[in-house]
Design a protein around this ligand. Structure first.
Ligand code: NDP
Length: 451
């Protein structure tokens, strides 16, 4: 990197770190974006003068609130609730809610920041937001989850709306939680609008929204592979996670002719050398979505599989790796192992799952590597399509939504290639996604003045 560009990055980051102390995931996410954008910003003085990136890195609004609720024993529990309304330059705030014990403001700011670029990439009119709570749904009864969701929404409802801010699911927030949240929203506001996405199919949900993030990640990887005249056919795929994104990434990769050999949760991973086929995946879906069990039970049900406690699946030999669990779940050393084992493609279904060292390794070895903000954008894109259907009070056929999702993922890939191709022909998807995502938001902010 040239000296003056490095100085711009260093000065920018020093300011971010001083203004947002202790928020290490937020620093990491901003650093990656500033590194990509610095040369572009330095060539466009108006962006510097109007401090567009500085403004993008400062949330328009942060809402923090107390969430009191009663557990099944009649005891008082108190959680923290958050909504980060990051950027509304190109549309209402849009982004998921995460319920996980690790949730804090820094993590939600990193997610909301990434979301702003991701939503812009989809080409749909959606701004960036993210929210959630340190509430941990694991081990809670349905009744407790409902009580929590109702209390959470009692406060959140005054800050959101179909034209203001439209939350969706994320880690720990699936169909059950969206149902409870939406029920309470509707009760308090006395309106049936598309204020949440990821709703049930019978009450305003879009076909294919549950599938969209995992499917979209595979569609994106398909496009990357096609640049090297390759495909999923016959490939061995390692997937981490066993939640919403991992399940549907597994389904689509299998449909496209690959063999998926791993899934994981926060306690360990399973390796099934014979492949996780449709029947086994149906078992995983029931285990995770209905019984809310642990992935180790897979190895008890299918003896051909082995469970590795406390480990991640990146030591398994694979052609394609799809991290679909959480942030910073794939480090530099694990990236080296993947490369040494012949991995050719890493498509992120999770948000920021690869550490900066891992990304450098992938890029140095010229792997096909896509950051989550590009490859997992199919989830929010289909949420955007749900908003569209809700506004029209119509529901499209699943095939129509799938076709739109597929074409959005192809367009995001094309935008990354346009802005991320290096002089030697290698596509830097990080750079491509950051520049393409930034331009639309930046132009809107310039047009709208200092707000
Ligand atoms: P789920 O809650 O459905 O599943 C999360 C999975 O990741 C579970 O298997 C969980 O295991 C595992 N996991 C969570 N935290 C950790 C951790 N600290 N270490 C190891 N494993 C962990 O969430 P989603 O599938 O919806 O989300 C997964 C990722 O995809 C997240 O990064 C999310 O931000 C991203 N994403 C999701 C979208 C969506 O539409 N849902 C859209 C775009 C991105 P356990 O059960 O043990 O906690």
């Amino acid at each position: 990197m040239e000296k003056h560009v490095q100085k711009y990055v260093d000065d920018f980051m020093a300011n971010i770190i001083a203004r947002n102390p202790g928020e290490k995931e937020f620093h990491q996410a901003v650093h990656e974006v500033v590194e990509s954008l610095a040369p572009y910003i330095l060539e466009n003085p108006i962006l510097q003068k109007m401090k567009v990136l500085e403004r993008i890195a400062e949330p328009e609004r942060v809402i923090m609130f107390r969430v009191p609720w009663l557990n099944d024993k009649g005891e008082v529990e108190i959680n923290k609730g958050y909504r980060v309304q990051m950027n509304s330059a190109i549309g209402p705030y849009k982004g998921g809610l995460r319920f996980h014990s690790s949730v804090n403001l820094g993590i939600l700011k990193f997610l909301a920041f990434e979301q702003t670029f991701k939503n812009s990439l989809t080409t749909l009119p959606m701004g960036g937001g993210k929210g959630g709570s340190d509430f941990n749904p694991k081990g809670k009864s349905d009744n407790e989850v409902m009580k929590f969701c109702q209390s959470f929404m009692t406060e959140l409802q005054r800050h959101i709306g179909q034209d203001t801010d439209v939350p969706a699911g994320d880690i720990g927030v699936g169909g059950r939680e969206i149902g409870f949240l939406y029920g309470q929203y509707k009760r308090l506001r006395n309106e049936f609008t598309g204020t949440l996405t990821g709703k049930g199919r019978d009450w305003g949900g879009s076909p294919l929204r549950p599938e969209a993030t995992g499917y979209g990640t595979c569609y994106f990887a398909q496009e990357m592979l096609a640049t090297r005249n390759d495909s999923y056919k016959g490939k061995v795929v390692a997937i981490s996670g066993s939640g919403n994104v991992a399940q549907y990434a597994c389904e689509k990769a299998t449909q496209l002719g690959a063999k998926v050999v791993t899934l994981s949760d926060s306690a360990g991973y399973i390796y099934d050398p014979t492949g996780i086929d449709a029947d086994k995946l149906a078992y995983v879906m029931e285990l995770k979505n209905v019984y809310r069990g642990r992935i180790k039970e897979y190895a008890e049900k299918y003896p051909e599989a082995t469970y590795y406690a406390g480990e991640r699946p990146w030591g398994v030999k694979c052609d394609i790796a799809m991290p679909c669990a959480t942030q910073n779940e794939l480090n530099g050393e694990q990236a080296q192992t993947l490369v040494a084992n012949g991995c050719i493609c890493v498509a992120e279904g999770a948000n920021m799952p690869s550490t900066p060292e891992a990304i450098t390794t992938f890029q140095q070895h010229k792997l096909l590597y896509s950051p989550g903000k590009a490859s997992n954008a199919g989830g929010v894109a289909t949420s955007g399509l749900e908003m569209c259907q809700n506004s029209m009070r119509l529901t499209w056929a699943p095939e129509e939504v799938d076709q739109k999702l597929h074409s959005i993922m192809k367009n995001i890939h094309a935008a990354c290639v346009k802005y991320g191709t290096e002089p030697d022909g290698y596509v830097n998807y990080v750079k491509g996604a950051n520049i393409a995502g930034f331009m639309k938001v930046a132009n809107a902010m310039l047009a709208q003045g200092l707000v």
